[in-house]
Design a protein around this ligand. Structure first.
Ligand code: ACO
Length: 443
């Protein structure tokens, strides 16, 4: 319906806005018209801009991909300035409140919320792919108990590639689907096995009759008797998994897409994504936050630590984000989830330090000017620790959740006719051609 207050404009009298960019190359005086589509110019359109015959053409220099779109995607939308995150158009707040992790994984993969029958089938398929082969189990048990759980997780995910050679057929939708069920289904099993192996506990087999996170908690924590997961903790974990399920073209997802672009199988691609997630600037931040809080040790020492951060001597882990320049919407939901979890587990003593850090940082000029706010990892580690998980496992939990997003993005990539093998360019600034120097003549 037309807006009654808007001035009426005869659209037919307006010249259409040109969707082009005119570039003048001041080296040659030549002008070029480059098409603009969806607010973007094609980087390869710049190659026609040449200073001379031996010039290969203009490129853009964009380390860390600060302003380069590498794909069209229909999966996740982020507005970093406004703190908006949507999966397939659905706000993260509504999904965290009303959906389950498996429902969200279906949404990420297929673009629509499942009907009851679709969710039942999806759940059934995933639950029936929870068991891992004995060879993967054996692999996990060959690691020493002090091996970092992310290294074990990455190795085990890579090993799935050896178990399922059919996964190489990435062009087949049916084959892709089977690996997707399996990866979503068995990552919690791999994580739980590695946790129990490191703790010297016997392995607990998955129970497909349980809900996704209930089964995971049981595989982690079951003792001699029967184990019943606390429903508040199981739901909290499900919410954390929803919040971590996808985040468009972040470091690990771009890795998944990059490796996937060579048509490597999804296990090889996901193992690479796990490697990217491991780093403390990405998923490893949840572990790093806990270490930081433990190092600070008390609320009284928070101002001293903030001083170090402002002197660039330390990073405030769990703060800052490449895309969010206002509050990370996931952090807000996590804070609420933390309150619910702590009612069951008792307060995490490090929470007081975290709250004080956040209070000071949010009013300090250093953080305000740089638009640094708590990100998804600032509070998630406190919840995992309260649930009884060792810090090394935190990023693995992130990896389990992000598996759904990695696979949805990989599936989209494989079907995208625009995509080719990923291959960034470089600007060579090394030595010009020179002759080999024999050993005796080297300085
Ligand atoms: N603590 C202190 N200062 C920070 C922080 C931080 N956490 N993050 C950024 N800054 C400062 C930088 O030192 C820089 O200051 P300067 O302009 O004086 O040099 C400025 O803010 C801009 O920072 P960049 O590093 O350019 O921001 P970028 O977008 O490249 O980095 C990142 C984003 C990696 C998340 C960064 O904020 C960071 O290292 N945070 C801590 C690690 C973390 O929590 N990572 C998890 C991110 S969420 C996720 O991956 C799940």
């Amino acid at each position: 319906m037309a807006d009654a207050l808007a001035p009426s404009v005869d659209q037919s009298t307006l010249a259409p806005m040109p969707e082009t960019l005119t570039i003048t190359d001041n080296r040659t005086g030549k002008q070029y018209d480059v098409a603009i589509k969806n607010g973007t110019i094609k980087a390869t359109d710049l190659r026609q801009i040449k200073a001379g015959d031996d010039d290969a053409g203009l490129m853009t220099y964009d380390p860390a991909f600060m302003n380069t779109a590498a794909c069209y995607s229909r999966i996740t939308f982020i507005d970093g300035d406004q703190g908006i995150l949507e999966y397939r158009g659905y706000p993260i707040e509504q999904l965290a409140e009303r959906a389950s992790y498996l429902e969200v994984s279906y949404l990420l993969m297929f673009g629509e919320l499942p009907t009851a029958a679709q969710l039942a089938e999806w759940t059934d398929r995933i639950h029936h792919h929870m068991t891992v082969r004995p060879s993967v189990q054996d692999l996990i048990t060959t690691f020493q108990s002090d091996a970092h759980p992310m290294s074990v997780f990455q190795s085990a995910v890579a090993a799935l590639s050896a178990c399922y050679p059919e996964a190489k057929d990435v062009a087949s939708e049916a084959v892709r689907r089977r690996q997707e069920y399996r990866l979503i289904g068995c990552t919690p099993t791999i994580a739980a096995y590695s946790y129990r192996h490191a703790a010297g506990l016997p392995i607990v087999e998955p129970d497909p009759s349980l809900a996704f996170t209930e089964n995971f908690l049981r595989m982690l924590f079951k003792g001699e008797g029967e184990y019943q997961a606390d429903p508040v903790l199981a739901r909290a974990l499900d919410v954390l998994f929803i919040l971590h399920a996808d985040h468009e073209q972040n470091c690990s997802t771009s890795t998944m897409r990059n490796v996937g672009s060579s048509h490597a199988d999804p296990y090889a691609s996901a193992a690479s994504a796990v490697g990217a997630l491991y780093g403390p600037l990405h998923g490893g931040a949840n572990e790093a936050v806990l270490k930081m809080l433990a190092q600070i040790g008390s609320v009284e020492r928070v101002p001293e630590f903030i001083k170090q951060v402002k002197n660039h001597e330390a990073l405030l882990m769990g703060f800052g984000h490449r895309v969010y320049k206002s509050y990370d919407p996931r952090a807000r939901i996590i804070k609420k989830t933390a309150d619910e979890v702590f009612k069951v587990t008792g307060l995490n003593p490090l929470l007081e330090i975290a709250v004080e850090l956040e209070r000071i940082a949010l009013q300090d000029d250093y953080f305000v000017k740089r638009k640094l706010y708590p990100n998804v990892d600032f509070y998630s580690g406190l919840i995992y620790q309260a649930m009884g998980l060792p810090t090394g496992m935190f990023t693995v939990l992130f990896g389990i959740a992000r598996t759904a997003g990695w696979l949805a993005q990989w599936d989209e990539l494989v079907q995208d006719p625009d995509q080719k093998i990923a291959r960034p360019r470089q600007i060579f600034v090394g030595p010009a051609r020179r002759d080999f120097v024999p050993m005796a003549q080297r300085a």
